[in-house]
Design a protein around this ligand. Structure first.
Ligand code: FES
Ligand SMILES: [Fe+2]
Length: 428
């Protein structure tokens, strides 16, 4: 359980709020590169950390991320014309470049001093790994750009997507960091004890604090003197990386998406206090094996967000809160634990089902919740560090540049640290 005042400090993300200030000290995903597919393409609405913004790619390919409303009389710049290195408001023609400078004010005398004075709020952007990242904190504290194995991997070996989740970022992230739920919520083979995560539903977990957040390890008995060990990373402040190298199933042919040795993960980026944009990534660990179109389709469909699972023209799932995720009670009785199709759709049902902001004062946490308890502690401490005027942890790319998650089956009694040593280092 958590004191209500600590819960409030963790979940509110607007400007000036404790967690809002912390999250703004890191580069955050603002949108996918594919949403701005070419120079001078239509602008895109972005809501991020309770702020309404608009993104555009200018004639030179640079990306602007500026206030959604024109500083003249607040018309929506989403309707603007993206032309000749700037976004022009269609109400009275004021035009802004990617830095937020007003470069044209055609409804005022040509010598107006106002043009030099007016600036629109804008944030710096950078493209890495198919994602447009932005930094919304104090400029003097801007860290180096994000740098992870998956952002360095070429587009052929990396997959990135995003989906909207209708709840606060923290409960979504806690759901991602939770280890034991995989044996229940994601049990899509009722009656089979043959999958690595179903054979042992009470994994032991270890958490090791690091400079970038923490590394945590779950260990399950895998029978015949072996155990299944999965190494995860929590990277400050809102990213998780998981090893997905080992096939989950030993006798269920055909539907195991873990055929590809890879790492995968999520970033839970607050849209506002009650909505989250979940960025999903996966990265082949083998430089000779790109992620094929078939694999991409299969992986995303397995997760519940394939091309046919999204409401067209949006990043929202067709199976959503408004239709109870199309839960099938018959399938729930006979085939899968939840009766809901799509691994991450199952997560959304459970996380959104708590309400937009869960009341953590009513919880009863057990030993399997260790990673979640430590997450809250690390976040609260980082919030306090920012309030004291100190730098929060994990800003320096050196702390996380070469980390990699991993999972594998080893003989019981063997140390995973040694067995996995080579694989835990980024190859890209
Ligand atoms: S409101 Fe944008 S130019 Fe007037
Ligand atoms: Fe899950």
């Amino acid at each position: 359980m958590l004191k209500p005042e600590d819960n409030e400090r963790l979940v509110r993300v607007g400007p000036g709020k404790p967690a809002g200030k912390l999250l703004r000290r890191y580069w955050q995903p603002a949108l996918l590169s594919e949403e701005l597919p070419e120079n001078d393409c239509p602008p895109v609405r972005v809501r991020l950390l309770c702020e309404d913004l608009v993104a555009f790619r200018d004639t030179e390919g640079r990306i602007g991320l500026v206030d959604a409303y024109c500083p003249h009389r607040r018309a929506a710049l989403f309707f603007g014309r993206n032309e000749e290195c700037g976004l022009r408001c269609v109400y009275h023609g004021w035009k802004f470049n990617v830095d937020g400078d007003c470069v044209d004010m055609p409804n005022e005398p040509s010598d107006t001093p106002m043009k030099a004075r007016v600036k629109i709020l804008g944030y710096p952007t950078i493209e890495r790994g198919g994602v447009v990242w932005t930094y919304m904190g104090p400029r003097e504290h801007m860290p180096e750009p994000p740098d992870f194995e998956w952002t360095r991997a070429p587009a052929t070996h990396r997959l990135v997507s995003k989906t909207v989740e209708e709840c606060n970022y923290l409960q979504a992230m806690e759901g991602g960091l939770d280890t034991s739920h995989a044996s229940f919520a994601h049990n899509n083979h009722l009656g089979s004890k043959n999958t690595l995560r179903n054979a042992d539903t009470a994994p032991r977990s270890e958490v090791e604090l690091t400079d970038y957040g923490y590394r945590y390890i779950s260990t399950r008995n895998a029978g015949e003197g072996r155990c299944y060990v999965r190494v995860y990373h929590y990277v400050m402040p809102n990213q998780q990386m998981r090893g997905a190298f080992t096939p989950l199933l030993t006798n269920l042919n055909g539907d195991d998406p873990y055929v590809m040795p890879k790492s995968d993960g999520h970033l839970w980026v607050p849209i506002d206090d009650e909505h989250t944009m979940v960025y999903n990534w996966a990265c082949s660990s083998d430089q000779s094996v790109p992620l094929s179109p078939e694999f991409r389709d299969r992986w995303e469909t397995w997760a519940g967000r394939g091309a046919n699972d999204l409401i067209p023209g949006t990043y929202r799932l067709k199976r959503n809160r408004s239709n109870d995720y199309l839960i099938d009670r018959k399938i729930q009785k006979t085939q899968t634990f939840t009766g809901i199709t799509g691994i991450n759709t199952q997560d959304y049902a459970l996380q959104e089902g708590m309400g937009p902001i869960v009341d953590r004062s009513k919880e009863h946490l057990g030993s399997s919740d260790k990673a979640i308890v430590i997450l809250r502690r690390v976040m609260l401490e980082a919030i306090r560090a920012v309030e004291r005027g100190e730098m929060p942890p994990g800003l320096a790319p050196e702390s996380h540049r070469y980390i990699r998650p991993y999972d594998g089956v080893i003989a019981s009694g063997t140390r995973w640290q040694e067995s996995f040593a080579k694989e835990l280092v980024a190859k890209w």
